[in-house]
Write a protein that binds this ligand. Structure first.
Ligand SMILES: [Zn+2]
Length: 245
């Protein structure tokens, strides 16, 4: 036991020593949509961080007429023209919003979040947000009103900066697929548990992951229960940490 304590202590100290002194406390904001009379509404948000398109999800959304807000990066837009074309062919279903130019976390001090290097400075946060909006403008889509940074974690000062640029920041209330790393069953269970006012986050850029199958199953279960889906632009989003007010 004493050996364990000693060892644990050594780990704690090395962790403390490894964290940069200027690392900020980050926030992971939540977002809900205003509840409405009826059988309930949820907002489905899907991140397209980079990589490819999960056509299992895209096809299911089109076939079942499920509206979604897709957060796209400049990187993803560059390599997924066919998917963008399908989304643009269904403007009643798909709202495209800003997930940044290069998928760099909107944190203005140098640190790593889930192993991804943060933007690291106010200028770099600005560049990430503005290059994401510029990449969307090239597609002919309406100008984005919402921003979600890579990893969905922010420094409070970055939140203030992004709000000043005119964007609302899209948190969530249900982590549907655990960064697309969950199994199909657990993903389906989480999504199917959504209630009136929830904002679901999942990914549409990992066609080889089991989670994508679960996303489809979970959405179909919600639809069968009579819940309706709205895009962020069609609902009043209420976020904490100063992300929407
Ligand atoms: Zn992402």
């Amino acid at each position: 036991m004493r050996l364990f304590q000693k060892h644990f202590c050594a780990i704690a100290i090395s962790l403390w020593a490894a964290s940069p002194s200027n690392a900020q406390l980050l926030v992971e904001p939540t977002l809900h949509i205003k509840a409405e009379a009826g059988s309930g509404r949820v907002a489905l948000t899907l991140d397209a961080c980079g990589g490819r398109t999960d056509t299992r999800i895209l096809s299911a959304l089109v076939e079942n007429k499920i509206p979604a807000t897709i957060f796209v990066t400049g990187i993803w837009l560059k390599h997924n023209a066919a998917a963008v074309e399908i989304m643009r062919a269904h403007p009643e279903l798909f709202e495209l919003e800003n997930h940044g130019g290069r998928h760099v976390p909107a944190v203005d001090t140098p640190q790593k979040i889930y192993g991804i290097r943060s933007a690291g400075s106010p200028e770099a946060v600005l560049a990430e947000v503005e290059s994401g909006a510029a990449a969307l403008a090239v597609t002919g889509e309406p100008a984005p009103k919402w921003f979600r940074g890579a990893t969905a974690e922010y420094s409070p000062s970055a939140i203030a900066m992004i709000r000043k640029l005119g964007f609302k920041i899209a948190g969530f209330s249900i982590n549907g697929d655990g960064g697309s790393l969950l199994g199909a069953k657990e993903t389906a269970r989480r999504i199917a548990a959504a209630k009136d006012g929830d904002v679901i986050i999942a990914h549409i850029n990992q066609p080889t992951h089991a989670a994508g199958e679960g996303v489809v199953q979970g959405l179909l279960a919600l639809k069968a229960k009579g819940l309706t889906f709205v895009r962020l632009d069609d609902a009043d989003g209420i976020g904490d940490e100063g992300t929407t007010d």
